[in-house]
Design a protein around this ligand. Structure first.
Ligand code: ZN
Ligand code: ZN
Length: 252
């Protein structure tokens, strides 16, 4: 006899599948009816600013003009990030915000396969070079309240689509950090310092490996930098970062 919780989860999954059959597919952003699963409608598609070259070779900041594949932005030329390269599928702004927030808070987990495809396109080289993919972890209490880690969903999908191993419990969040919203760059770095650790049981997996770290949104890079530092200290050869979206600040 299956455990009641498992049974309930199974029924829920079966229910979701039935809903997929009965209900027409919906736009990932506005929810209007569309022709196929995992797409944006014709009105939402142009509103999302997908990111591509030319961009900073390190942090992926988009450039107005093409300065060559090795060009760095001012910040990265001044001090290289802890991670080697970061790429994101689209710009996080007022137009794309609800896409991310629905995925994070409103159970639109069905967006994960499409999001992972967009991320794989934006981070093609990073994914090809990766030995394994791993998400930025949520604290267990937040995971309990939210029921899923959106970064882990993306990492699992990327793993499934690319054939790269996704190690969702590679990193642990040791303490609960206050929300980063409203904090400046320095405060964000302080906020996450010491918050992450490599699961000791996963440490052997990591040795001399190139890790592709997955998160939903890159803002100042404080969180992924804290994770990258821990991974490198624990034996990773290099860390790249792939996110669904990133904040793009206008220089000046
Ligand atoms: Zn739409
Ligand atoms: Zn840069």
């Amino acid at each position: 006899m299956a455990h009641p919780a498992l049974l309930a989860a199974g029924l829920r999954r079966a229910g979701n599948r039935m809903l997929d059959i009965v209900l027409p597919p919906r736009c990932l952003k506005c929810g209007t009816t569309v022709d196929s699963v995992g797409v944006l409608c014709a009105r939402c598609w142009p509103a999302v600013a997908f990111l591509a070259a030319p961009q900073c070779a390190a942090c992926g900041l988009p450039f107005e003009i093409d300065l060559g594949p090795a060009a760095l932005c001012g910040a990265c030329a001044g001090e290289r990030p802890v991670f080697e390269r970061a790429r994101a599928a689209f710009r996080y702004d007022d137009d794309s915000k609800d896409l991310v927030l629905r995925f994070k808070h409103a159970d639109r987990t069905d967006s994960a396969p499409a999001f992972a495809r967009w991320m794989a396109r934006a981070g093609e080289g990073l994914l090809a070079d990766a030995d394994l993919v791993a998400p930025v972890p949520l604290h267990w209490l937040r995971l309990f309240m939210r029921r899923y880690n959106q970064a882990a969903l993306l990492a699992s999908e990327l793993g499934r689509q690319s054939g790269k191993p996704a190690v969702n419990d590679l990193l642990l969040r040791r303490r609960r950090t206050p929300s980063q919203g409203g904090l400046g760059a320095l405060a964000r770095h302080r906020n996450v310092a010491g918050a992450f650790a490599v699961d000791p049981r996963r440490r052997p997996l990591l040795q001399d490996k190139r890790v592709l770290l997955i998160d939903d949104v890159l803002t100042t890079g404080a969180t992924v930098s804290a994770c990258a530092s821990v991974l490198l200290r624990s034996g990773a050869r290099a860390v790249d970062v792939l996110t669904l979206a990133r904040v793009v600040r206008i220089a000046g």
